[in-house]
Design a protein around this ligand. Structure first.
Ligand code: ADP
Ligand code: MG
Length: 316
């Protein structure tokens, strides 16, 4: 086969740097991710290849090579481990741990809004991964459901495990960003923080904003700002107040509205200091009010009424 191949689907069955390509797992803005077999170790991996049309573009090449370095630098249970990265016959690749499951985009498309407890557990794992990146002064800059992998349930003690992936846009905190850099905003604008739109320096709080958009979507089925037109969407991120979560999802206490509002504040200084702080505040806000203990009275000691006869066979 000649390299780079004209069509990524033409790669099925091909051998690249010791990996046999088996099937396509997904694709984002600039890469295609395949399930592949590591022929040396016999294990299944996810092999990410820079799309052929980008291999000759220096900016994309740099971005792709950097991705593997960034992800490999953070050893965290909610960040996909990178095995190796390199170039093979002019084709850039990253071999990483294969996550059996689906991405959060597919899960939300399939299920709609998620149960509150599930959304909170996933949010806490993503928050932990992001805080670990931020502790190294790295900003992910592309937090969105398509970049969250949801692993298949292993056992009931660990009902879900999510991974943050795709560090292709990650940068050091406070670097200036705008719309001009090659490869930026190839996808959706649904999760982008106002300071990025304005071209101001970004830090971890931009990821916190995006995480809050993802949390809003997990809980309601849609991101906070939905507009027909891209420019209107950019305007909304910068100037419009976010909708109240409890209006879109009445089973969530109104106390959660203030938490989302703070995480989605237009100015980074008005947001939480860390992603885990945001998720902890959200968890407190949605928690059932704890019934206050009081001394039992005579009324409490009255035996409960007999269950109706139809219910008796079910009572053990
Ligand atoms: N390690 C992995 N295991 C399984 N599927 C993956 C893995 N990494 C990525 N994918 C799938 O491939 C898609 C694109 O991967 P991503 O890294 O986001 O590429 P891009 O940089 O092109 O956006 C993801 O949305 C996901 O569905
Ligand atoms: Mg992606």
């Amino acid at each position: 086969m000649s390299w780079p191949p004209k069509s990524p689907s033409g790669l099925i069955g091909a051998e690249i740097a010791g990996y046999r390509v088996e099937r396509e797992l997904g694709r984002g803005g600039m890469a295609v991710v395949y399930q592949a077999k590591d022929l040396r170790l016999g294990r299944t991996v996810a092999l990410k290849l820079l799309a052929p049309q980008y291999t000759r573009n220096d900016a994309f090449r740099r971005r792709f090579t950097q991705e593997s370095r960034v992800a490999a630098a953070i050893d965290h249970p909610n960040i996909v481990p990178v095995f190796e990265a390199g170039e093979f016959d002019g084709l850039l690749y990253i071999a990483m741990c294969y996550v059996s499951g689906q991405d959060l985009r597919a899960l939300i498309d399939q299920e709609g809004r998620l149960p509150v407890a599930v959304a909170l557990r996933m949010a806490a794992q993503l928050a932990s991964a992001l805080d670990a990146a931020h502790a190294r002064e790295l900003v992910h800059r592309d937090v969105k459901p398509g970049n969250v992998l949801v692993a298949k349930v292993v056992d009931s003690d660990h009902p879900e495990h999510v991974y943050l992936t795709d560090f292709g846009l990650a940068k050091k905190s406070l670097s200036l960003t705008g719309f001009t850099t090659a490869g930026e905003f190839v996808g959706t604008l649904d999760y982008v923080a106002p300071e990025r739109i304005a071209g101001r320096p970004v830090d971890g709080r931009a990821d916190l904003y995006s995480l809050a958009c993802v949390v809003h979507e997990m809980l309601t089925g849609a991101p906070p700002f939905r507009r027909e037109d891209q420019l209107e969407l950019l305007w909304a991120h910068q100037y419009d107040p976010p909708p109240a979560l409890s209006e879109e999802r009445p089973d969530i206490p109104a106390a959660a509205d203030a938490v989302l509002r703070r995480a989605l504040a237009k100015a980074p200084d008005d947001r939480y200091d860390s992603c885990l702080e945001f998720v902890a505040a959200l968890r407190d806000a949605v928690a059932e009010p704890v019934p206050r203990r009081r001394t039992p009275t005579a009324v409490d000691r009255v035996p409960p009424p007999e269950p109706p006869s139809w219910a008796r066979p079910f009572l053990i």
